[in-house]
Structures are given as C-alpha cells and as structure tokens.
Design a protein around this ligand. Structure first.
Ligand SMILES: Nc1ncnc2c1ncn2[C@@H]1O[C@H](COP(=O)(O)OP(=O)(O)OP(=O)(O)O)[C@@H](O)[C@H]1O
Ligand SMILES: [Mg+2]
Length: 1088
C-alpha cells in the first residue's frame, strides 16, 4: 500500500506527497505535477469549510459583507493571506514571514494556469507575464491599499518572481540584479517610518519592467469569424527582463524638515549615521548620534525595533555599486545627504528682522559639502534678492523667513537629489539591446495608499487624491468595463449599483472649479493670500459640494471634530480633515532665487544637474506642486489605461503591525473603500469567467470530437458545438458576440478537470505520434544511408566490372592481334600473345606433368619452347626416375632386375610372357619341407637358390614324370623324391630352348659327348618364364635361351635326336605324336 500524506501549506494548496511507490493519488483532487499532487481547493470540500473559499466568487452568500469578512478571517487564521475575486487578488498583510516565497513556490506557479493553483501573488505575476507573451499586450499590475497594507512587499515579490523565473543570459542577469537592487536604494531615500508603517513609501512609484520580446498581434479578428484559429505566435526572443524604467511621484519632501511624533525622517539619514564608517563620518563632519540633528529629532523616534539601520546601510551601499554608481558619485551623493543634516543644524540669531547665522562650523561644513563659497552661502541663507526698478537688492530676512528659507533649501536639495537618483537608476536600467524599443512591458504600480492622520496636510491631500484617481481607474476598468462588456457582447444584464467616485475626483481636479485650481489661484494672485483666504475661497466655490465640508459649513456634530482651519473631504474611502496651514507654501514650493543661484554654482556634480541655470533665466513661473502632481497623475492614468491591468488589493489586518490580529472594524472599512463587495457583486451577478471564442476553443477543443483537432467553421458555432458536447446547461453560460460567458466557476473547473484528464490521453497520443514519427525519421535516415552506401558500393562494383571488361577486351584484342602476328618476329603486336602462349604452356605443363615414369604423355609445346620443353621433359623424367629409384627396396630391386632379364629374354618372343609380367617372381616354389632331406643332403654345402616342381618327359616315349628342378650356385639339379637324378653344371649347359607359344615346355641342352649326361632334358614348368629366368641368371645364360617357332630339336644321347613340335591349339596338350615327335599344343593367349 502506498503512503499518502496530505499537507496543507500556507498558499492554501493541498499537496499530496507521493507515496513510497512514487504514486500520487487522491479522490477529490487534480493531478497536475509529478513531484506532488496539487489539489484544487475547490475539490477539497472539508478543507474549504476550514480555510474558506479561495475565490470570493464561490461564496454562497456573496452579497453579505459579514460572509466576505468571515471568509477572509478563516483564511487569515490559516495563514492563507491571498484570496481572489475573479482575477483580482486580495492580500491581507500577515505581518510575519510566511514560507510561501521560496524558489519552489515560484516554480509551482510558473507557467501554470491561474485556476490550477491556489491564489498567490506569483499567480498574478505569472498570469500577467503569460498574457504579455500570448496576447502580446503590455501589462500592468496595480497594487493598492492603505499605508502598511503590503503594497511595496507585494511589488518586491513580483519583481523577485520575474528575476528568478524568467530566462536570463549573462547580460540579463545584470539587469535583473539592478532591477532588484533599485529597491533598497529607493526605499532608503524614499521610505520612512510613519505611525502606520515602519517602512512607508513616501513617494509613488511606477516601474516598467521591459521584456525582450514583442510579437505579432493575433491573426484572428472578430471581422473574420471564419478565419483559422490563431496560430500560437512564434517568439523572436525568449522573454527575459532586459531593462526597466521608474517614474516617481511626489516625494513627501516636508518630512526632510519635519516629522510627526513617533515618525522618522527618510531611512538614509539614520543608515548613514549608524552604518557609515568612521572615516566617512569624519569626512562628512557627522557624529554617530541622530539626536544631534535637528531634522532627525522632530518625531522623537530615532530607533525602530523592526529596522536595523546598520545592516541596511551595507545593503544600500552594495546596491549603489551594483546599480553602477562610481565612488565619486557615491561620495557626492553622501555629501548632499550630510549637507541636509548640517543645514538642519544651521542656527539663526541676531535681531528678529535681521537674521544672522550663529553656527559658523556648520556653515563651513555645509559650504564644503555642497561645494559652494561660504560667504555666498551665508548671504543666501540670510538674505533674499529683490529686484526693484531693474536693480538687484539684497534684503535681509527675519528669523522666521531665514528658517523657512533654510528648510526650503533642504527640501529642494533632497527632493531634487531623489529625482536625480531615480534618473540615475533609470539610466542604469536602460534597455540597450534594441534601439527600436522592441520590447513588451509589465508595469508595477506601488503608490502611497490612502492615508488619514490626526493632522493631515497638503501631502495627505495629494496622496488621497491619487487614491481617488486610482479608484476611478479601477472602476473604469473593472466595474464599469465589466458591465460595458456585457452590453457590448449583447448579454442581457441587470446593472449593479456601485459608488462612482468620479464626483470626488472632479471636486479636486476640475478646471477653474476644483480644489487644486482654487489653491493655484490663491498662490498666484497678488495681494495677501494666505492659507485661510484659500479656505474661504474653497467655501465660496465648492461649499455646496456633497463631499466637501468645513467648520463653517458643517453641522454641529461635525463641527466638534473639526478645526476652523480645516476642510473635510468625503473620500470614497472615508472622511479626512485637512488642515490648510502650509498649503500655499507647499503648493508654491518656492526657493529663493539667490539660494537657487548658489546651488547652480556648486562644485558637486549631482547638484549642478539638479539645479541648472536655465531655470534661473526662465521667466515663466513653474507649475505649482499640486498642478504638477495632477499632470503627472493624468499621465499615469494614460499609461495604465494603455495596458492590460491586474489588481492586487492589499488589506491591513490591524493598526498595531501585529501578526495574527484580525481587526474586523478596520478590515470592514478597507473592504468597503476598496470597493471589494461591489467588485464581487458585479463578478457574481454576471459571469464568473469569460473567454474570447478563439481562446476558449483553442484551449478546450480537444474535449470534443467535433472541434478536434481543428474547427473550420465560425468560431461561435465551434464553441457552441464544444459546450453542447461538454453538457453545459443553458443557465450556465451565454454566448456573446465574441466571447463565451460562463456563469459559475465550477463549470469552468469541471471543464479544466476534463482537460487535465484529456491532456494525459493527448499526451499519450502525441507521444505515440511523435515516437512513430521519430522512428520513421530514423528509419528513413537509415534507409537513405543504406541506399547511399548501396549506390556507392554498386558504383564501385560497376566501375570495377567495367574496368575488368575493358581489360578483358584489351586482352582479347591483344590476343587476337598476337595470334595474327604469331609467326612474325617478336614485336609489340605479338609479344603478349607469345608470352601468354609460353606462360600458359608452362602453367598447363605444371598441372599436367606425367604422373609416373611409365606415363609418357607430355603437352605439346609451342614452337618457341620446343627445346626447352624437351629439356624439361628429360629433367622431369630423370627426376621421376631418380625419386622412383630412391624409393625402391632391395627386394623389389631384385625382383625388377629379374623381371628386366625376363623381359630381355621373352618380351615379344613368347606368347605367355605378358601374362607373366604382373606375377611376381618368388624366391623359390619349394621350401625345405617339400624337398626331400636326402636331396638336400646330397647337395651338401651347395646352397639352393631356387626350386620348382617340373614335369620331365623322358626320352623314350615322352612319358611325363614329376621331378623337382633345383638351382644351386653351380648347377641345375633334377631330383626325384630322395634321388638326385641329374646334375647339370652351369658350365656344361649349352643352351636352353623354349617355344614361342604359351606352353611351359623347355629343353636344357647339354653336351652330347658328356657321358654323365644322358642327353638334353625336356622339362615342363607351370612357371616357365620365372623358371627359365632364374636358370638364365644362375647359370649366366641369358643369351643362350633360344625361342623357337614350330619345333625344337634336341639330343637324346648316343647321337639320337628328338623333335618337339609346337602347334597352337585350343588347349594345352603334350603327347607323343604318331611321327614319334613330342607334340605340344598350346593355346594362343595373345593375338598378334
Ligand atoms: N506578504 C508579506 N509577508 C510578510 N510581511 C509583510 C507582507 N506584506 C507586508 N508585510 C509587512 O508589512 C510591512 C508594511 O508593508 P509595506 O511596506 O509593503 O506596506 P505599503 O502598503 O507599501 O505601505 P505604504 O503605503 O506605507 O508604503 C512590511 O514592512 C512587512 O513587515
Ligand atoms: Mg510602500
């Protein structure tokens, strides 16, 4: 079983950790990633009861403010600080570090659909980024809320999100670093501790982040409904942040010279004093004690527990370097900061009407730090230049005038340096890549929130006016535009009532009749204009306005809480009393001309950029502060209107900056003035979601076979087909002119869920398709390679064949030519042929040499080799003979010698010779056992060489008698049984006669005169050839063998003569013939 852990994490997501087997499983949740399972809270009903709904649109009782706040409370308790109203993000300041801003969190929100994950500032950031990419429209994120609600934090989180998740090259990394590092610098110079917020932004900031892509607008327009769905555009670049631009709004300069109780001056002063190195402080003439400086002690709050000035100093110092400040620039910047502190300590004394400076050392430091002449500065701080009748006169200032001139200088120097700082940061953030401004931007607006203090002055008036304008924009872009959209799309709709604060904006800014106009008029008019005359003028002009009250105009109850020098504006966010004291001065924002002149002479390069001489020669009076602010706001509205807005509405949970405290009254107030209920009502009364047809179809077309993979017809028909297939009920949606409106989020969620499931099967299909395709490609590649190799190899083979053919043809040609010229002298035409003939003869010869000495075959040589051939033949024969001889055994040699002799004697002479050739001669035909021992004894020492049984025909009657013929070393012996019948010495043997026929009869001729002999002996041997050969050898009578034809004569003793007649016949017959001759008939064995 797998293990499943459900973990509720601070973003409100339910994460299902994978079990041991690595599976992710959940009943009511949606699987969106393999690293864990993100569960939509909408699916987790039990969790919803505990942690509230993540989109107010899902609230059952959506008209109830109590239910709204209860939902906020539930979520706040669970540290779920983010909740949506549709696409608007409501954020409650937790006043503690939640671990929801890690890189993992960023990754989780990256590229994921808004609805797929729980509400988060990253979701808004990502959504804007993706909208910018996919729709190609510049975006802006408007962060609003009262002071301390978390606007600046939110904007920093967004910036960090882009810095981490957007692609980056090395160059982009520098831009990212600078974008991020611009924050601590601007916060040091522009933020301060107030009663509401320890890090309150005292200036408005709009920051453009520039991304390096611009891409073609969508191809589809409403006028071409049948055109194909938009192609997902191709990006030319990757979407990295490549630059930025900051616009600052109305810095609260008055803080430089004065702070309310419990508040501080801008952080930079404290950071410098606390963190600055000893040498630096010495150089700047500063002491490490903020209490020493008049400008830092007004609020009586030099230390704040939540702020570490010393470490912040290090951060700022490093940030300045990252942004690209040179050492000189930093030094000059710090000179200015220090000079402001010294300026605050400039003391006046002397007569009341003729102020003079009593603190000499201060003024010396000041002059050095500002890079101006001491006496000129001293004079400028105590006199004012008057031009009377064309003549310049220096008129002394009284003490009060001198102090305000000093403060004015301090404010001007600080204010302008702040603007310079912003410009400097802008220069370092300038996008250098492409001069054609080819980039998209996301704007971040973090501007001071609505503010109500005990004493509210000109600054609060401006800040709250700014918030009225932003509220107006919000109304324009959401409430109004939402309702306008229904109208434009032709959706039947019952309008929702909301408070349109245009009336208040008009009260403040209307030409001639608005408060700003009246203020300007008072500032400019000659005569004794004062803050109080301004108040009177207000009463006269806008006294009847429903949102304007003064002490004089108020009812008794209100009078109690209003001073006579105050006017009250009924802002959309609440009532605020403004004290008119200082309004005129602050609006005039005047700096005496001679002080400006001194600043223009400064050696400090920053100051010369802040105060330029053209300003002195410009006769035209500069616009008042309020008018400038009004103009800059108008411009801001223009910028924001040109972009696609997203909203982050920040709420402050309590006034004591405490975590976990949910001050319901305070929150109800904010919910009200932020217009969140109206926002929700419009959202709910209408349709929770809407999509342009092409976008809707593009996203969900895979869910319906009719629209998948492409819909060719009208887009609205396509969407209709799709939603019908999805089973949308008629009350769940409406079709507008170019958009589909979906009433309930659950409908869209169900569709999203279906898409999620479908994605898997699509992915499988795509995978299969892709695998098939890639395999096919691989195969094609292999095939092509094989074909190429084949073709190449075939080519080689064909070329080889062709070459061989060519060679063969040449050879044949040479051969034929050679053959034609074969009988000529050796010449180029025939040399090949001749050589070939020789060669082939020799080669042929090698294979056909005679196998043995008897083999006389020999190939016929060509004419040129006749002699050589003959030599070779002889050599070959010799060689064969030689090797034959070498192999021969003594026995065989003996045999062969005998056979040779037999051949000499009988070959071609006796008919049965050929038959005898294959029969080997034996050494004897009778061995010791067959010879009578007496005979052996009679022979004595005479060694017997051969013995053979023979038939002897006696001389009378030719009777055949069995005898044994024995050959010894000296004689032929005829023996019968144990008797030696006859011995013929070889010396006496005259000759031997034998017939030419195949018979075995032979005659041993002995001398007739020898008495011992009884005449010639007629014998017959079955082995006549062998017997006679042996006799011839033993008796050395090879030449004495006569081969007779017809008859043989022989002597029979006593002079008588016998005759043997030989006749060929059919069989061997030896008998005495009638004529007294011995007749021998012998069969013919060989045909002659
Ligand atoms: N998301 C957050 N998580 C933790 N703390 C936060 C968060 N947002 C705000 N805070 C805390 O609240 C304080 C005030 O927030 P912030 O400075 O952003 O307010 P603001 O809306 O910009 O106010 P102002 O209008 O005065 O500039 C921060 O210094 C921080 O301590
Ligand atoms: Mg702020």
């Amino acid at each position: 079983m797998m293990e499943l852990k459900i973990q509720l994490i601070p973003t409100g997501e339910i994460i299902l950790s994978p079990g041991k087997n690595g599976e992710n499983h959940c009943h009511n949740c949606k699987v969106v990633a393999s690293d864990g399972v993100r569960a939509m809270m909408e699916s987790a009903l039990t969790a919803r009861d505990r942690v509230g709904v993540q989109d107010f649109v899902l609230l059952e009782n959506y008209t109830s403010e109590a239910a709204f706040i209860e939902n906020l409370r539930k979520r706040f308790k669970e540290n779920l600080i983010y909740t949506y109203i549709g696409s608007v993000l409501v954020s409650v300041n937790p006043y503690k570090d939640l671990e929801i801003y890690t890189k993992n969190h960023m990754e989780r929100y990256r590229g994921v659909n808004f609805y797929e994950v729980s509400p988060h500032i990253y979701a808004v950031a990502d959504n804007s980024y993706r909208s910018m990419r996919t729709e190609g429209k510049d975006q802006c994120i408007l962060i609003s809320g009262e002071s301390g609600a978390g606007k600046t934090e939110a904007s920093k989180k967004i910036l960090q999100y882009y810095a981490v998740t957007c692609p980056a090259s090395e160059q982009v990394q520098t831009v990212k670093d600078r974008l991020l590092q611009s924050n601590p610098v601007l916060e040091a110079f522009g933020n301060a501790k107030t009663l509401r917020n320890d890090n309150s932004s005292r200036f408005g900031k709009y920051m453009d982040i520039q991304f390096d892509f611009k891409y073609p607008s969508l191809t589809l327009s409403a006028s071409s409904p049948s055109s194909p769905l938009p192609l997902w555009p191709l990006f030319r670049r990757q979407g990295a942040p490549v630059g930025g631009h900051i616009i600052n709004y109305l810095l609260e300069k008055s803080r430089v010279v004065h702070q309310n109780h419990g508040e501080r001056n801008f952080h930079i002063f404290y950071q410098l004093i606390e963190g600055g190195e000893e040498d630096l402080l010495r150089h700047l003439g500063l002491e490490r004690n903020p209490q020493q400086y008049q400008y830092l002690i007004k609020g009586n709050c030099p230390k704040v527990s939540s702020i570490n000035d010393r470490s912040d100093w290090k951060v700022v110092r490093k940030a300045l370097t990252v942004i690209g400040f040179s050492e000189n620039e930093v030094e000059e910047l710090l000179n200015i900061i220090a000079s402001v502190l010294h300026l605050g300590n400039v003391q006046y004394g002397g007569e009341d009407s003729n102020a003079c400076i009593t603190s000499d050392i201060q003024i010396k430091y000041l002059a050095r730090l500002l890079g101006v002449n001491v006496s000129v500065l001293t004079e400028a701080l105590t006199h004012k230049k008057i031009i009377a009748k064309g003549e310049e006169l220096m008129s002394p200032l009284n003490l009060e005038q001198a102090s305000s001139a000093r403060d004015a200088l301090a404010k001007a120097v600080y204010g302008r340096t702040f603007t310079w700082l912003v410009n400097k940061i802008n220069t370092s953030l300038t996008y250098t890549g492409d001069s054609s401004k080819n980039y998209s931007v996301i704007g971040l607006l973090d501007i001071y929130g609505f503010e109500v203090f005990q004493h509210n002055s000109f600054e609060q008036f401006c800040i709250n006016y700014c918030n009225e304008k932003l509220q107006q924009l919000f109304i324009e872009l959401t409430l109004k535009s939402e309702q306008d959209e229904y109208e434009a799309e032709g959706i039947t709709w019952e309008p929702v009532q909301y408070f349109n604060n245009k009336i208040i904006c008009d009260l403040v800014e209307e030409k001639f009749k608005g408060i700003i106009s009246i203020l300007d008029e008072e500032c400019l008019r000659p005569g004794d204009a004062s803050d109080l005359t301004f108040l009177e003028k207000l009463e006269d002009t806008v006294g009847g306005h429903a949102h304007f009250v003064t002490h004089k105009l108020a009812d008794a109850k209100t009078r109690k809480v209003m001073g006579r020098d105050e006017f009250r504006l009924l802002h959309y966010a609440g009532e605020v009393n403004y004290n008119v004291n200082g309004f005129l001065d602050k609006n005039n924002d005047l700096l005496f001309r001679n002080l400006k002149e001194v600043m223009c002479m400064s050696e400090n390069k920053i100051l010369t950029q802040c105060f330029n001489r053209e300003e002195l020669s410009d006769k035209k009076r500069p616009d008042t502060a309020a008018t400038q602010f009004k103009a800059s706001l108008a411009k801001l509205m223009e910028i924001l209107m040109s972009k696609e807005p997203s909203y982050v509405r920040c709420i402050k949970p309590n006034d004591s900056k405490q975590s976990g405290r949910f001050d319901e009254v305070l929150i109800r107030h904010q919910v009200k003035y932020l217009g969140l209920m109206e926002n929700l009502r419009v959202r709910r009364a209408g349709f929770a979601y809407r999509r342009r047809y092409e976008v809707f179809l593009q996203r969900y077309k895979s869910l319906c076979p009719g629209t998948w993979p492409n819909w060719d017809g009208k887009l609205s028909d396509g969407v209709s087909t799709l939603v019908k297939h999805l089973g949308y009920k008629p009350e769940e949606y409406k079709m507008g002119r170019s958009k589909i409106f979906i009433r309930f989020p659950k409908t869209l969620f169900a569709t999203e869920d279906a898409l999620e499931t479908r994605k898997h099967s699509l992915a499988t299909k795509l995978q299969a398709g892709w695998k098939g395709y890639s395999q096919k490609c691989k195969f094609q590649k292999l095939r092509n390679s094989a074909i190429a190799v084949q073709a190449w190899w075939r080519g080689i083979l064909a070329r080889r064949r062709a070459q061989r053919r060519r060679q063969a043809a040449n050879t044949i040609r040479r051969f034929i030519k050679g053959f034609i010229y074969r009988n000529k002298e050796r010449c180029p035409e025939n040399e090949y042929f001749l050589d070939y003939v020789r060669y082939s003869f020799l080669m042929n010869l090698r294979k056909n040499l005679p196998k043995n000495v008897l083999d006389k075959s020999w190939p016929t040589p060509p004419a040129a080799l006749t002699e050589a051939s003959e030599h070779l033949r002889k050599m070959c024969m010799q060689n064969m003979v030689w090797s034959y001889c070498k192999k021969i055994s003594p026995e065989w040699k003996h045999q062969m010698e005998q056979k040779m002799i037999a051949s000499e004697i009988f070959k071609d002479k006796k008919d049965n010779y050929p038959q005898s050739v294959p029969k080997l001669f034996v050494s004897t035909r009778l061995d010791g056992e067959n010879i009578n021992p007496k005979v052996v004894q009679a022979l004595g020492s005479e060694k017997m060489k051969y013995a053979v049984p023979v038939t002897k025909y006696d001389r009378r009657g030719y009777k055949p008698r069995h005898r044994q013929l024995l050959l010894t070393a000296n004689s032929v012996v005829i023996a019968e049984e144990g008797k030696l019948k006859q011995r013929i010495d070889y010396g006496t043997l005259k000759g031997i006669s034998v017939s030419s026929l195949s018979d075995g009869v032979f005659v041993l001729h002995v001398p007739s005169e020898d008495n011992k002999q009884k005449g010639d002996v007629v014998l017959q041997s079955d082995h006549v050839i062998e017997t006679l050969t042996k006799v011839a050898i033993c008796a050395d009578k090879i030449n004495s063998i006569n081969i007779n034809q017809g008859s043989i004569k022989f002597t029979m003793g006593q002079g008588k003569e016998g005759i043997i007649d030989f006749t060929p016949g059919s069989e061997l017959l030896v008998a005495k013939a009638k004529n007294g001759h011995l007749s021998v008939t012998a069969p013919r064995l060989n045909s002659r």
